[in-house]
Design a protein around this ligand. Structure first.
Ligand code: HAM
Length: 421
């Protein structure tokens, strides 16, 4: 019989009161900021055909090879819980004809799923806030996105962040670079881990990103993408760096920075924090000028990023989250007072006054105790005497000062007293 107890799956986390308010606030600041930068919201499903991710993120990426939650649905179709948001946004943009030659700027918030080894700041269900600009190749838009990223993390009061940027080249300059890198890696085989031996054949850029000590040493002298860019990619990168400088945004050139998703071209970046330990990237993204075509659309340049909400929450000081509005605790003493005060409770809530009401059968002392436990700023007390006098007592829970208000006009009369009056 029902003796089994359940707990959340490993890597899946409940967000309880105390923490969840922080998340609500991050989301509200995100909506405000992203909308100020001209981005409109988009929401896509969490489940997509697996093929969407194999084609976009890359069949040999870690995410697709070993991290997606994929299964056959009841129709025998191979589906995956989305491991990221970019592929879905591009799919939706194509499917609904949102392009039509115009620049579109989207933002999204929501859960993503990757079967990674859980640790601090790394979950299996995690949450991203992402932004994508589709239809513009100009470096100004890379800078626009990066300025949004810096402004948003600033609004959350997070400091100690480093913006690292690199260029990964394009279909013209990537193949010769890839060949040069493969030539270099062929001489380092003895020092590479098993994964990187395989990667050096199928996806050599990823070797630059391996965290294992042996591989890090082995790639120390490897050629970098930035030294092999074609003229156009070089100009683009210079313009991005110049644009960041014009806005006074500091950045660090990291010629070893590569991304775990295969769709990137040209600009790639990460925003990192030393305070996060091994999972140092709080946000990451870049240009993906080839992805729309890979997914069956017309050649369309694009650039985007995603922030990890768990990592933002870890970095944020709890003090920056605004405190909830002061609570008014309504104390009816007896059923008759309860009947009169219940409509008052409703009216005050309609006026956005945060209030709660006690149990009319409970004693004054018990209700005051509950008001204290809830952190109420004021209590409103109505007993038999007040009912007869058509009055209510407003008590300041800190100073214990009390004043009498008229019961019949309570919902209006009380307002100035709650807002510091
Ligand atoms: P990503 O680097 O895979 O890029 O993820 C972006 C951010 O999501 C990371 O920097 C990190 O903060 C967070 N993140 C990733 N995996 C986890 C995890 N297992 N647990 C907690 N947080 C995690 C993308 O997803 C691209 N779609 C970004 C992009 C948008 N590029 C262009 N547009």
């Amino acid at each position: 019989m029902g003796s089994q107890s359940f707990s959340a799956l490993r890597g899946f986390k409940d967000l309880l009161p105390g923490e969840a308010e922080k998340w609500d606030w991050i989301e509200s600041v995100a909506r405000e900021t992203f909308s100020a930068f001209g981005f409109t919201p988009i929401r896509t499903p969490v489940l997509e055909t697996s093929e969407l991710f194999t084609r976009s993120i890359g069949a040999t990426s870690d995410i697709v090879e070993k991290e997606t939650y994929s299964f056959e649905d009841w129709d025998g179709r191979k589906v995956s819980l989305r491991p990221e948001g970019t592929a879905s946004v591009v799919r939706a943009w194509l499917e609904h004809g949102l392009g039509n030659g115009v620049l579109r700027k989207f933002y999204y918030l929501g859960p993503m799923f990757r079967h990674e080894r859980p640790q601090a700041g790394r979950l299996r269900q995690f949450h991203q806030i992402g932004a994508e600009i589709l239809g513009e190749a100009a470096p100004r838009h890379d800078v626009e996105l990066l300025s949004l990223l810096c402004d948003f993390t600033g609004r959350l009061g997070i400091d100690g962040l480093t913006l690292e940027i690199n260029t990964l080249g394009c279909p013209q300059c990537r193949p010769p670079y890839r060949a040069a890198l493969q030539g270099y890696l062929a001489e380092q085989q003895a020092d590479l881990c098993e994964d990187c031996l395989r990667r050096s054949a199928v996806n050599p850029l990823r070797v630059l990103d391996c965290k294992k000590e042996g591989c890090r040493k082995a790639v120390a002298g490897a050629p970098c993408p930035v030294d092999h860019t074609c003229g156009a990619c070089g100009d683009h990168f210079k313009a991005v760096c110049g644009g960041l400088g014009d806005l006074g945004l500091s950045y660090h050139l990291n010629s070893r920075l590569v991304r775990g998703l295969d769709y990137y071209t040209r600009t790639a970046f990460e925003m990192t924090s030393m305070a996060l330990g091994a999972q140092s990237a709080v946000a990451a993204g870049g240009r993906y000028d080839g992805l729309v075509e890979v997914l069956g659309g017309p050649p369309t340049p694009a650039v985007g990023f995603a922030l990890g909400m768990e990592r933002l929450a870890l970095l944020m000081s709890p003090d920056v989250v605004p405190k909830p509005a002061p609570l008014l605790f309504i104390i009816p003493l007896g059923a008759a007072a309860g009947r009169v005060l219940f409509p008052t409770l409703f009216q005050l809530r309609q006026k956005n006054i945060r209030c709660e009401m006690g149990d009319d059968a409970a004693k004054l002392s018990a209700q005051l105790k509950r008001a204290d436990r809830l952190g109420a700023a004021h209590a409103l007390i109505v007993g038999d005497t007040e009912m007869v006098q058509n009055a209510a007592i407003l008590r300041n829970m800190t100073t214990k000062a009390q004043q009498t208000l008229s019961l019949s006009t309570l919902a209006e009369a009380i307002l100035p007293h709650l807002t510091g009056g």
